[in-house]
Design a protein around this ligand. Structure first.
Ligand code: ADP
Ligand code: MG
Length: 661
């Protein structure tokens, strides 16, 4: 129903609501608060230093304003809370001064500074507030206050509109869920926490159930997409695998078997290979390309950067030398003529496998018979290139490789109908990296450990969060570390610096020097996270390591431990060692990502892909993981017990999402 239906809501406010993507009364009702203020008065006698405080009182004297600099002012006054008088300070609210007359009653919200008997306020409330209130807080936009959104929502709720409840009755009764309308009313006007929790769970569950129902329906029906017809000589595949300079690990072999079965089956392959850095995913893709070649099709191998593309190209050539496969590298640096010639060979089918970045799928790149597309580090691409391929009229089998392991259930929700092969076993002969946690005061031990590695003629990475000193933080920075390291080791060893603000050529230059062991200590920001492989580097020292996410730390650590030498990782941190302890206990990327998943409210691991139908109002795939699992089971059971094709309401929801997918 249209917003204009609401009495008193004029065009100006409607335009403001549109800014918040509220187009209808239904949107307005489901515009949920993103947080709540729990206004329950504090007991001053039991507060600890730094606790949140909410307290009523009366202004005791005239407020004073101090202008600290152009951007910062401070307003202070004394505040009588009955039992005693405390100080109140609030920043950048000088304008409040004229409203703060002596004797006025206020409610103050802020942090309690025990030592100074003072409140550092974040909010000053005028007027009468209930002693115990849960106040919904909405996202707002300029010109529209929280209280006016509250007002419009209250008005809207009083109309008693119908809301569509998508949860099946059997589920509602199984969990004793509130009715949807009741839940919506409570979420906007909560009286107490317990019922608010119930209401939120009910609404979240509905979102998650629908989401999983769609996913599971898609998965159950995916065999519809047909792939290519292939005939493959299995003996030749065996011969190729035997020609490799090492025997495959169990998981590599399993992944190859998965791929082989996908390729000979009539359905289209859509598979993700997950495995830690160094677990041997590239070799798997090399075998996959060979199988595809045997059945007469071209392959494309796509890497996130040109450096990695080149590295892959060189690796391929090494393995394919004796097998007559013609490969090519497409780079941005190629001359026009060179590129033209290469593209015409690709079009004529003279090239069997082409390696490059996403430029492999620009308009002028035409394949004769593209049969397999492999994407390395697929999460870096973000876009779903399957639709890209479809637009060009290709229906190749698709393989993704990722070194950012994702817990299985989450991967399922994230990648939808993708099959997954995990490579968990590492190739033989690798030593576990020994990881230790040190405080900043232990710097002498760290330097000593570094010195031992240097004496063995090994090299060291040192990582800091910042490039240079910053006003707003006391994090260690690259330039400061350079001084420190120079002081300790400068006489004996060469020290290089690498960071994101440097030119590409400068970076390449430094990297080459490190590769050639002309530099022994490389100090850097996290730019070394990608694509660097120096086998002689055996130590990774990370300053302010609590600053980084678990998975980022794991990736950084993966820069060492690439040879038969024992490698070390030293995590320096003065706080939050709980997360770091996980790293010190395991080298297993899968375990780490599971732990990361459990520990964190949000983070980089899951900034992977946002698919169109994953926009939830309330549910959060990370925080509500357990609810997601429940919804997954329930939706599977529901699909099993119901003929969804005959259920018009459910089917329309599902079809809706299939068109998106
Ligand atoms: P990833 O792409 O998963 O990071 P790579 O495929 O680049 O890993 O493999 C890392 C290194 O391990 C390469 O030098 C590769 O030749 C080697 N390797 C791969 N599989 C094995 C194996 N089964 N046994 C011994 N070495 C292997
Ligand atoms: Mg790789």
């Amino acid at each position: 129903m249209e917003l204009a239906f609401l009495k008193g809501l004029g065009p100006k406010n409607i335009a403001l609501l549109h800014k918040l993507k509220i187009e209808s009364l239904e949107d307005l009702m489901t515009f949920y608060p993103f947080r709540y203020n729990f206004i329950k008065r504090s007991n001053i006698n039991t507060l600890e230093d730094h606790d949140t405080i909410i307290i009523d009182g009366v202004i005791e004297d005239f407020p004073k304003v101090f202008y600290i600099n152009k951007k910062l002012n401070k307003l202070s006054f004394r505040f009588n809370i009955g039992a005693k008088i405390v100080g109140v300070t609030i920043f950048n609210r000088a304008f409040l001064k004229r409203n703060l007359t002596v004797g006025k009653s206020l409610t103050i919200i802020g942090k309690w500074d025990l030592k100074h008997n003072m409140i550092v306020a974040s909010e000053i409330r005028f007027g009468k507030l209930e002693r115990e209130t849960i106040e919904p807080i909405y996202h707002t936009t300029y010109g529209l206050s929280n209280s006016s959104i509250q007002k419009w929502i209250t008005a809207c709720l009083s109309l008693n509109l119908e809301v569509e409840d998508y949860l099946p009755n059997e589920i509602i009764s199984q969990y004793h869920f509130l009715s949807k309308m009741d839940a919506i009313k409570i979420i906007h006007h909560p009286n107490e926490i317990e019922s608010l929790k119930k209401a939120r769970t009910r609404l979240k569950y509905e979102e998650l159930f629908l989401f999983m129902l769609k996913m599971n329906y898609l998965i159950a029906n995916k065999s519809i997409t047909l792939g290519l017809k292939r005939k493959i000589d299995e003996k030749k595949v065996k011969l190729f695998i035997d020609s490799l300079p090492f025997s495959l690990t169990h998981d590599q072999q399993k992944a190859i078997d998965d791929i082989y079965l996908d390729l000979i089956s009539p359905k289209r392959m859509n598979r993700l290979i997950q495995g830690d850095v160094g677990s041997g995913k590239t070799v798997v893709s090399i075998v996959a390309i060979y199988i595809n070649y045997l059945s007469g099709y071209q392959s494309a191998l796509m890497a996130p950067t040109e450096i990695l593309a080149k590295q892959h190209y060189e690796t391929l050539n090494k393995f394919y030398e004796k097998f007559g496969i013609k490969s090519a590298l497409l780079t941005g640096k190629m001359k026009v003529k060179e590129r033209k010639e290469l593209l015409s060979r690709l079009k004529n089918g003279e090239i069997d496998v082409i390696v490059g970045t996403h430029a492999l799928f620009t308009d002028d790149v035409i394949y004769q018979n593209l049969g397999l597309v492999i994407t390395d580090e697929q999460h870096r691409f973000g876009v779903n290139q399957r639709s890209n391929l479809k637009n060009k009229g290709y229906t190749p089998d698709v393989l993704y490789m990722s070194a950012t392991p994702i817990p299985r259930t989450y991967a399922l929700t994230l990648y939808g109908d993708m099959d997954i092969s995990n490579i968990k076993t590492m190739p033989n002969g690798r030593k576990e990296i020994i990881t230790s946690i040190k405080g900043e005061k232990d710097i002498k031990d760290v330097l000593q450990a570094m010195y031992e590695q240097l004496q063995l003629h090994h090299q060291i990475y040192v990582v800091a969060p910042l490039i240079e000193e910053s006003e707003n933080s006391d994090f260690e920075n690259v330039h400061h570390l350079e001084e420190k390291m120079n002081l300790a080791f400068g006489k004996l060893y060469h020290i290089g610096v690498l960071h994101g603000k440097m030119k590409d050529t400068e970076k390449e230059n430094i990297m080459n020097q490190f590769q050639e062991n002309e530099i022994q200590i490389l100090i850097s920001t996290t730019v070394i996270e990608v694509g660097i492989d120096v086998k002689n580097a055996t130590m990774m020292v990370i300053f302010d390591s609590y600053r980084f996410g678990l998975s980022a730390l794991h990736q950084l650590r993966g820069r060492v431990g690439r040879s038969e030498f024992q490698s070390y990782c030293i995590l320096i941190s003065n706080r939050d060692t709980k997360r770091l302890e996980i790293l010190s206990k395991t080298n297993d990327g899968f375990k780490i990502s599971e732990e990361d998943f459990k520990l964190r409210g949000s983070g980089d691991l899951f900034g992977v892909r946002q698919s169109g139908d994953m926009t939830f109002h309330l549910a959060d795939l990370k925080r509500d993981y357990n609810l997601l699992l429940r919804a997954k089971e329930d939706s599977l059971a529901y699909l099993k017990n119901h003929d969804i094709e005959k259920d018009d309401k459910m089917l329309s929801i599902l079809l809706d999402s299939i068109i998106q997918a």
